[in-house]
Design a protein around this ligand. Structure first.
Ligand SMILES: Cc1cc2nc3c(=O)[nH]c(=O)nc-3n(C[C@H](O)[C@H](O)[C@H](O)COP(=O)(O)OP(=O)(O)OC[C@H]3O[C@@H](n4cnc5c(N)ncnc54)[C@H](O)[C@@H]3O)c2cc1C
Length: 547
């Protein structure tokens, strides 16, 4: 944190913390004891026929490391030593055929399987709520990271699903290609996890979300393996690739995927443009859309989030600090006293990229945008994956920090932004008794609408422990989600459903829609062994009633 000297003072000031606030105590690893794992002897004997001993782990650290994802709720429970669940064992298959045999043995013995990628989901998607006394196995795909085939002519790459973001891009880059799917969790999340949560990366304006990149899949279900054919398009009934995107491990295990890739971009141009207020930048972006000049990457922060971004900047020293001063003074003089940061990115073949960049910048400037050039854009690219983890740093000081996202059609983007922001501010104040921080950005822009992404920070009372803070958080999150649903936004644009959004699913999907998904689940997985409490089970309605 030394490199971001203004960050903690900003949060401390915003949340009115004592200047000398100390690090909050968390439970030590030694204090956590898991219950003895259940061992289904016949299942273990079956998988022992083809897995080596280093592919089956009952180790406590392994089990703990596969217990939770990275949501505020998950991390806070870990910090408090509140382990509601840990899998009984972790299995590490090394090939598609091994996954097939594991799923078959699990079906035979009614053992629960939870596919595990990087464990970065933030919706509680890894934890079975109703294991009914059955053995629960975390199926970790980290040994399945190979590039299986690159069809350069068709620009299609086939990977095993356990590959992590950096390794996937490295393997492609060696051959002059790229995928261009970079969620903020890129370093620690996997291809299988991206598909199973239907995730969305920074460059989605140009390359689409993961569902747009999937050309074909191999998915091991308890009923058998579903394999789709690589094809540019097909009219063979409903799209099975899409059915698997967002399936959160409950239909089967995605073992392989073929993806649309592209040549390594010849030109990258990322920059920051400042606007005097949120409305001005919003109008500018909408104008870009109307004129077919939408940047390939857009992240447009409102005034509050911009303040947080400036506070989280690395400190500048020497010559850079000397240059920064007159720029700041100029901006203030020119009326940018509470500016909004718009990050724009352009990438691809040089001629196309420069043409798009020039067209977009012309429009942005016409709406009063101040182009700060590529320097800040490069800086953003360098540290972009670090920023979301500042939440965990804040948690060290007892801060409730989280993000919530939705999407809306253009006619509803501004109203929904206003109403959810107001509701979150009010919820923080009334639940905790203190004012908090609510910031927002628009990203992932479409012809018909955009993703709206909120970030919150709040505090509790002086002596509140992690579980009290978690209680406040759950109330705030519920009020925010209610506001999203009331305002006509989608339950989630890219974070998925999991345990945390599940109670609202019956309001998002009609009874017939839910029944259709349940029918698919029960036909593919009659013994309900695949991630059984991911979002389709009947308890969702009961959950909603009980909150
Ligand atoms: C700091 C941070 C930033 C983030 N930023 C983004 C972002 O920009 N965009 C975004 O979309 N998300 C983001 N996320 C959320 C998260 O990273 C994504 O949901 C990601 O896709 C999860 O991938 P994973 O490999 O970690 O999956 P896991 O967390 O391991 O699993 C998620 C779900 O997918 C299932 N699953 C995993 N692998 C498979 C498989 N092979 N077959 C079947 N099911 C499987 C699991 O059972 C579980 O239900 C962020 C999370 C964090 C912590």
């Amino acid at each position: 944190m030394d490199s971001r000297p203004k960050f903690w003072p900003f949060i401390r000031e915003m949340l009115k913390f004592d200047r000398n606030r100390e690090l909050q105590q968390t439970v030590s690893r030694e204090a956590i004891r898991l219950v003895e794992p259940r061992r289904h002897v016949d299942f273990l004997s079956d998988v022992g026929q083809f897995l080596t001993s280093d592919q089956i782990s009952f180790d406590e650290d392994d089990r703990l490391g596969h217990a939770y994802g990275r949501s505020f709720r998950d991390v806070q429970r870990l910090r408090a030593g509140k382990i509601d669940f840990a899998p009984d064992a972790v299995l590490l298959p090394a090939a598609h055929e091994q996954v097939e045999k594991i799923v078959s043995a699990a079906g035979k013995h009614k053992v629960i399987l939870i596919p595990f990628g990087g464990g970065t989901n933030i919706v509680g998607a890894l934890e079975p709520k109703h294991a009914d006394g059955r053995m629960v196995v975390s199926l970790d795909l980290r040994r399945m990271q190979r590039l299986l085939k690159l069809d350069e002519h068709s620009q299609i790459a086939s990977f095993e699903a356990g590959v992590f973001g950096p390794e996937l891009e490295r393997l492609l880059e060696e051959r002059g290609f790229a995928l261009g799917h970079e969620p903020d969790s890129f370093e620690f999340s996997t291809l299988g996890g991206w598909i199973a949560t239907r995730s969305c990366g920074t460059q989605s304006n140009i390359y689409g979300g993961i569902e747009d990149m999937v050309v074909s899949l191999r998915v091991v279900t308890p009923l058998g393996t579903i394999e789709t054919k690589p094809a540019p398009a097909a009219s063979n009934g409903p799209d099975l690739n899409r059915l698997m995107c967002g399936s959160e491990g409950m239909f089967g295990v995605i073992t392989q995927a073929s993806l649309r890739v592209h040549r390594t971009p010849e030109c990258l141009d990322y920059r920051i443009v400042l606007f005097k207020n949120f409305a001005a930048g919003y109008e500018a972006l909408y104008d870009c859309l109307l004129h077919d000049a939408l940047p390939d990457v857009v992240r447009y922060s409102d005034e509050m989030e911009t303040r947080l971004i400036f506070a989280a900047k690395h400190g500048s020293h020497g010559l850079k600090a000397w240059f920064d001063k007159p720029i700041k003074a100029y901006l203030k003089w020119a009326g940018f006293s509470a500016p909004c940061v718009l990050l724009v990115g352009f990438e691809g073949p040089a001629a196309r990229t420069l043409r798009l960049r020039n067209a977009a910048l012309r429009i942005l400037k016409r709406h009063g945008g101040f182009d700060t050039g590529q320097g800040p854009g490069r800086q953003w690219r360098k540290s972009r994956f670090d920023v979301p983890w500042l939440r965990d740093y804040m948690m060290d000081y007892g801060v409730i920090g989280d993000s919530m996202e939705t999407a809306a059609v253009w006619s509803n983007v501004r109203p929904l932004y206003e109403s959810v922001r107001a509701e979150l501010s009010d919820a923080i104040q009334s639940v905790t008794g203190y004012a908090g921080y609510v910031g927002c950005h628009l990203s992932h822009l479409y012809k018909t609408g955009a993703c709206i992404y909120f970030t919150i920070a709040a505090r509790g009372r002086e002596n509140d422990g992690p579980l009290e803070l978690l209680g406040y958080y759950e109330k705030i999150k519920a009020r925010g989600t209610e506001a999203i649903m009331r305002g006509g936004g989608v339950l989630s644009h890219h974070h998925a459903v999991g345990y945390e959004h599940r109670p609202w699913l019956p309001r998002e999907l009609s009874p017939a829609a839910l029944a259709a998904l349940r029918a698919v689940k029960s036909r593919l997985d009659p013994e309900n062994i695949m991630n059984p409490t991911a979002f389709l089970v009947e308890e969702a309605e009961a959950d909603l009633r009980s909150r």
